[in-house]
Design a protein around this ligand. Structure first.
Ligand code: B12
Ligand code: SF4
Length: 435
């Protein structure tokens, strides 16, 4: 049996097609790892290679995040027209099953690990069901070491993605994670994570930093004891790693020191807003704006860089939000930023609220890429939000800003500078495209 797994390309020009770095990903390698051994699996990531619709596949699986849905549906149609069975899964499918089912022969709701084997068995027997629903969250103790050989490594920046936890208890109103992965940190036994890391081959490409790992967990320190053990145990592997965490990290200097000793280069932290009113409203509990600058200084004092993530367009935001952000950025010395327009992803509370209020005017999912305004903001026009976002992006990644932010940074320059140059290029492409 021949199985093709596809990651569609997003029309989005930021982290999708126009992004300067091609990053690998986990969903499809996980599905290939969980396929029975007699299944011949091919993975195609449209960002790096083209799909041959006429190749003789028996089953095609497509992974879907919201902005990728329109392209995913086009791909499905091409295959189904040729009589090939199509299965879809991923966050968007789980949030909008009634929509996805019109474009596929079968869909998976929730995490694939528990139903994937059954689905393939049913397919082989000609008894495929319309919907496979994972009834409970998977226990990460059951994760098996992932096959990483099906992604064409030469096409990606040399970084390995690793999961050590799933889930997040905060349930921020704009975020898809808690509804999909649940409100508890489900931790993977550190032994298993270490076993997976021990299997990585040393990087041989001319990339300036070797053994780079990105821990995709939404908050790698969510379970402190787990994080402590993990950081301790990965020290011998001399990794250069990146992760995502919450502001709470700054309050635990022992953990910060351990993170540094274990090779941490930087963290992505969701600051989201510079207004406590917004943070309270969206439920981002660990964030208190008056602590931001001190938290940044504390984390940076360990030589760890920070990419701050900010969102514009909350109900309390008016047109002053962009200048407030810019003044903060200049003071903060953040090594990098990720800026997004508030986007009501289906399945989130923000989506439900805006939808009820009739404020969503754009229903084309390909615009749900955080660079487009798809709803009527409360305190400014959609146009002001869009212009302000572009202004803030341009300012943040201007050569002046990059130099100002990085020239005193103690975080890995071999990482911060190329990353900022990559963002500078990606932002120029995005802005050209949005105009
Ligand atoms: C790492 C990451 C990235 C990486 C890699 C992307 C990738 N393809 O995985 C990068 C930086 C490239 C990225 C980019 C973007 N991301 Co991102 N990303 C993440 C993050 C932090 C981890 C992803 C991960 O590895 N999860 C673990 C894996 C195992 O989960 P999974 O991919 O969902 O797969 C499981 C199930 O969904 C299911 N499944 C998935 N696919 C399929 C397919 C089939 C056939 C089946 C049966 C099952 C199945 O089974 C899998 C195993 O259980 C998540 C947050 C999170 N916790 O997931 C956000 C997240 C997925 N990203 C998100 C977004 C919005 C984006 C961007 C659109 C942002 C932007 N502004 O451009 C871009 C889109 C990029 C693109 N391709 O065009 C949103 C998605 C929301 C939504 N409703 O779709 C998330 C949830 C963040 C958030 N808090 O809202 N992202
Ligand atoms: S803390 Fe982060 S991952 Fe958790 S719900 Fe909020 S935005 Fe999502």
């Amino acid at each position: 049996m021949r199985l093709l797994l596809v990651a569609p390309i997003a029309k989005s020009k930021f982290l999708g097609e126009g992004f300067a770095f091609n990053l690998p990903f986990l969903s499809l390698p996980i599905l290939s790892t969980h396929a029975p051994p007699d299944v011949e699996v091919t993975i195609i990531d449209e960002r790096v290679e083209q799909i041959n619709f006429d190749a003789p596949y028996d089953l095609v699986g497509i992974t879907i995040m919201t902005p990728l849905a329109p392209r995913a549906y086009e791909i499905a149609e091409e295959f189904r027209r040729r009589g090939v069975t199509v299965v879809m899964g991923g966050m968007h499918v789980s949030a909008c099953p009634d929509e996805a089912i019109h474009h596929a022969d079968t869909i998976v709701i929730g995490e694939a690990e528990q139903v994937w084997h059954q689905l393939i068995d049913d397919f082989k027997r000609g008894a495929l069901k319309k919907v496979y629903k994972a009834e409970a969250h998977v226990n990460p103790s059951s994760f098996i070491p992932m096959k990483r050989n099906l992604l064409n490594k030469d096409k990606y920046v040399p970084v390995e993605f690793v999961e050590t936890t799933r889930g997040c208890p905060f349930g921020c109103h704009f975020c898809s994670v808690t509804r999909f992965f649940g409100g508890k940190y489900r931790v993977r036994p550190v032994d298993e994570v270490v076993k997976e890391i021990a299997m990585f081959k040393p990087t041989t490409t001319r990339f300036s930093i070797k053994n780079v790992v990105f821990f995709v967990d939404d908050n790698i320190i969510g379970d402190r004891n787990h994080a402590r053990e993990l950081f301790e145990r990965i020290k011998p592997y001399k990794l250069n790693w990146l992760g995502q965490t919450s502001m709470d990290l700054a309050k635990d200097e022992e953990l910060l020191a351990l993170a540094k000793e274990s090779g941490c280069m930087g963290f992505l932290i969701g600051f989201e807003s510079l207004s406590d009113e917004v943070l309270k409203d969206v439920g981002k509990k660990p964030n208190v704006t008056k602590e931001y600058l001190a938290a940044i200084r504390t984390i940076q004092s360990y030589g760890i860089g920070i990419m701050g993530s900010f969102i514009f367009g909350f109900d309390q935001d008016d047109e002053t939000v962009f200048e407030t952000y810019w003044q903060f950025l200049k003071q903060s010395g953040l090594e990098a930023v990720y800026l997004g327009i508030m986007t009501p992803y289906p399945g989130t509370r923000v989506f439900d609220d805006l939808n009820k209020e009739g404020r969503i005017f754009d229903h084309d999912w390909s615009n749900y890429d955080t660079s487009h305004v798809v709803f009527h903001p409360r305190r400014m026009s959609a146009e002001t939000l869009s212009k302000g976002y572009r202004w803030a992006l341009k300012k943040s990644y201007s050569s002046y800003s990059i130099f100002k932010r990085l020239h005193r940074s103690k975080a890995y320059p071999l990482f911060s500078w190329p990353m900022n140059i990559g963002f500078h290029i990606s932002v120029s492409r995005l802005l050209k495209n949005l105009n």
